[in-house]
Design a protein around this ligand. Structure first.
Ligand SMILES: O=C(O)CCC(=O)C(=O)O
Ligand SMILES: [Fe+2]
Length: 290
C-alpha cells in the first residue's frame, strides 16, 4: 500500500508540474507559426478526412458505407488508415514543434517511453486544435468504427508528439495505450524505418503470430484500439515526428480501467487527468492503480 500511495503522490505532482509548465509557456513562449494556434480550419484537413467525417455524421451513415471511404489496413485487427492533415499544415505544425523543442521552455515528455516528444496541451494546442478535431471529426467517425470501445462517447484525450532521430530515441517497445482508441498521424520529416507493428489485443492474449507492419505516410493517420499491442521499429535514417492522440471515453474507463483491468480507484487530478469522471458534478480523475 505504501507503493500505491507513493504512486498516487507522484502522479499528483506530475499533474501540478504540467499545469505550471503550461502557465509559463502561455505567458513566455513566442510562437513561430501562429496559424497553427488558430481555431482548426477545414483547410488544414485532407479532403478525404473531411469527406469521411461528413459522411459519418450524415443521417443513415453505416459502417459498410464508411469502409468504402477508408482504407482497412486490417479488418481482423480493426486498424484503418485515412489522410488527416494537408501537407502544408503538417509542415507548419512541424516547424512550430521544432521551434518549441529548440526554445528554452520547460518540456513535459509524453510518457516514460518517449524522451523527445512534447505534450500538446502544455503548448496550448488542445483548445484550438485537438479538442475540435476530436469533437467535430473523430467522434462521428469513431462512433461508427468502434461503437463497442466507446467510439461514440469520447470525452477527453491526451495528445502528444513523438520524435525519433539518430542519437535520440530510435524505436518504441511493444505496449498498449492508456486510451480506448488511438489516432497516430505521421507529420514528417524524411526518414526510413520506424514502421509501426501490431500484434493481438492485450486484453485477449493469443498465440504469437507475425506482427502486422504498417508504414507511415506523411499526413496520413492510423486508427486503432488502445488495447491493440503495438510498437515502432527502429528508425534507420532521418527524423520521424508523429502526432499521437489517445482518445478516451469515461463511460468505458469508469467501469474498467484499461491499464489495470479493474474498476478504477480514483484520486483528484488537474485538466483531463487520465480521462475518468465521477458521477455527479464534473471532477477529473486518474486511476491510482496504473
Ligand atoms: O512511434 C509511434 O508512432 C507510435 C507511438 C505510440 O504508439 C505511443 O506513443 O503510444
Ligand atoms: Fe502507443
Amino acid at each position: 500500500m505504501v507503493e500505491l500511495e507513493q504512486e498516487v503522490e507522484r502522479r499528483r505532482r506530475l499533474g501540478l508540474e504540467s499545469a505550471a509548465r503550461k502557465t509559463l509557456i502561455a505567458s513566455s513562449y513566442r510562437v513561430a507559426r501562429p496559424e497553427v494556434y488558430n481555431s482548426l480550419q477545414d483547410a488544414a484537413l485532407a479532403p478525404e478526412f473531411l469527406a469521411v467525417a461528413e459522411y459519418s455524421a450524415s443521417p443513415g451513415a453505416d459502417l459498410k458505407g464508411l469502409l468504402q471511404r477508408l482504407e482497412a489496413v486490417s479488418e481482423e485487427k480493426r486498424i484503418y488508415r485515412v489522410p488527416v492533415f494537408t501537407a502544408p499544415f503538417c509542415q507548419a505544425l512541424l516547424e512550430e514543434l521544432e521551434h518549441f523543442e529548440q526554445s528554452d521552455m520547460p518540456k513535459g515528455r509524453p510518457n516514460t517511453m518517449n524522451n523527445y516528444g512534447v505534450l500538446l496541451h502544455e503548448l496550448g494546442l488542445d483548445e484550438p486544435l485537438v479538442t475540435p478535431l476530436r469533437e467535430r471529426f473523430l467522434q462521428p467517425l469513431m462512433a461508427l468504427l468502434y461503437p463497442d470501445c466507446g467510439g461514440g462517447q469520447l470525452d477527453s484525450h491526451r495528445a502528444f508528439v513523438v520524435k525519433y532521430a539518430l542519437g535520440q530515441d530510435l524505436e518504441l517497445g511493444c505496449h498498449y495505450d492508456n486510451a480506448e482508441l488511438t489516432l497516430n498521424v505521421a507529420l514528417g520529416k524524411v526518414f526510413t524505418g520506424g514502421a509501426l507493428y501490431f500484434g493481438g489485443l492485450f486484453q485477449a492474449p493469443t498465440a504469437l503470430t507475425e506482427p502486422l507492419e504498417v508504414e507511415h505516410v506523411v499526413g496520413q493517420g492510423i486508427l486503432h484500439r488502445g488495447g491493440q499491442l503495438h510498437g515502432a521499429r527502429p528508425l534507420a535514417t532521418g527524423e520521424r515526428w508523429n502526432l499521437v492522440i489517445w482518445l478516451r471515453a469515461s463511460a468505458v474507463r469508469n467501469r474498467l480501467c484499461p491499464m489495470c483491468c479493474r474498476a478504477p480507484d480514483l484520486v483528484d487530478d488537474e485538466g483531463f487527468g487520465d480521462g475518468f469522471t465521477r458521477e455527479g458534478p464534473a471532477t477529473v480523475d486518474v486511476c491510482a492503480l496504473t
